[in-house]
Design a protein around this ligand. Structure first.
Ligand code: F6P
Length: 407
């Protein structure tokens, strides 16, 4: 039998480790002949654009490089499958691709939108009485998938973001003048990644002094007052703001750098930090700088969390094992057994429990003033950023897997 695997949605630093997990599991299973990579997520299955992974992942060094390479080596997509009654043609094309390449199993590594594909496709195969199995493997730096304790990719992103905020406080406190640095952090509608900057408290830092999440209402006057209160205590203020914080009630503020939405109706986010920089500059008047971490937070692989990468690989392997056992329409997930010692187990749930739902940062971990998170959140985040990876380097630079060159 043959299997196919694809990556979908926003890239992470761990999504190739999950691909590696699928590949390794497939390789050691004598039932499996070819392991196909579908290029650009489900689009590759629709357009019959597949590559035999065994032809590009050839050496043990390739395996190591895959683990340390950020982003999706198979490309990605934000493609929403239409409802089957609306357009069955696209499903027929996918089924044809399965048939042509004798594919029995499709592993889809993605976030909540990608689980929508797992649900729709597995239902279609069931209705058509086709024997194909579809399993979802979670990933997203947003950490907003329901059911799972956390998502692969999040731990490495959190480690990068916290490390960068830590470095920024050193840089911003060199002068004797007052300063405010506003750091915009990804997460679309969920504040997990922004909140995770609280881990700096575990090494004795008081930064970020203020944290704003999309889970609470944002009030610009309260925001200015919060900063002024912090200024009475510190000369250099660090503020972490989620890209999903809603500034729409502030007159004259335009935050969407690019107008428009993706196929799932998600607005392109960014610009919150810059917008706040202008307002704070005008209303407080000291030196204000905004820093948008942008794609660096999901592709900065020089600060990988070993825990994250190992878990990402393990859940990829578990996904294939689940499919081989006959499951379909499921998503693999982590259940946390304990924070310390950190222990998780991998389980399986119906992908429909996760498709299109967003798990928000818990309000119980947001302080009463809605401008920071509580210490309890630190225990949740800390295990996810632990451990480092030894890199294969060349001329002082980490190498990447480039077996499938993409322009
Ligand atoms: O997939 C998650 C994410 O990285 C979000 O944090 C961010 O808002 C979004 O993707 C950006 O997506 P894109 O790069 O497709 O614009």
């Amino acid at each position: 039998m043959n299997i196919a695997v694809a990556q979908s949605g926003g890239p992470t630093c761990a999504i190739n480790a999950s691909l590696l997990g699928v590949f390794r599991e497939g390789y050691k299973n004598s039932e499996i002949d070819a392991i196909f990579g579908s290029i650009n997520g489900i689009e590759g299955m629709i357009e019959d654009n597949l590559i035999n992974l065994k032809s590009i992942i050839r050496t043990s060094e390739d395996l190591e490089l895959l683990r340390q390479t950020p982003s999706t080596v198979l490309g990605s997509c934000r493609y929403k499958l239409p409802d089957v009654d609306e357009n069955s043609e696209v499903y027929e094309k996918i089924a044809k691709c399965f048939e042509k390449h004798m594919i029995d199993i499709f592993i889809y590594i993605g976030g909540n939108d990608s689980m929508d594909t797992v649900v729709k496709l597995s239902k279609y195969f069931e209705i058509k009485k086709l024997p194909y199995r579809v399993i979802g493997v979670p990933k997203t730096i947003d950490n907003d998938l329901p059911i799972t304790d956390h998502t692969p990719g999040f731990g490495s992103a959190a480690k990068y973001v916290a490390t960068t905020v830590h470095e920024i406080i050193r840089d911003s406190s060199v002068y004797s003048i007052d300063s405010i640095t506003i750091i915009e952090i990804m997460g679309r509608h969920a504040g997990w990644l922004t909140a995770s900057t609280c881990v700096l408290r575990a090494i004795g830092e008081e930064v970020p002094h203020l944290i704003y999440l999309p889970e609470t209402d944002f009030d610009i006057d309260r925001f200015i007052e919060d900063i002024q209160r912090e200024q009475a205590k510190h000369q250099a203020i660090i503020v972490a703001v989620s890209e999903g914080v809603d500034l729409s009630s502030i007159e004259g503020v335009q935050t969407d750098a690019m107008a428009g939405v993706d196929a799932f109706g998600h607005k392109f986010q960014n610009g919150v930090g810059k917008a706040l920089e202008h307002i704070v500059s005008e209303r407080i008047g000291c030196k204000v700088r905004s820093v948008e971490l942008n794609v660096m937070q999901r592709c900065s692989s020089h600060l990988l969390s070993k825990t994250d990468i190992e878990e990402a690989e393990a859940i990829g392997s578990a996904g294939l094992r689940a499919a081989l056992e006959g499951n379909t329409g499921k998503m693999m997930y982590f259940q946390r057994i304990s924070d310390s010692p950190y222990e998780t187990v991998i389980r399986m749930t119906d992908a429909s429990n996760c498709a299109n739902f967003e798990k928000k940062f818990p309000t119980k971990w947001i302080n009463d003033s809605k401008n920071n998170v509580t210490d309890d959140a630190i225990d949740y985040f800390l295990p996810l950023i632990q451990g480092d990876i030894n890199f294969i380097t060349q001329n002082g630079l980490p190498r990447h897997f480039t077996g499938l060159k993409r322009s």
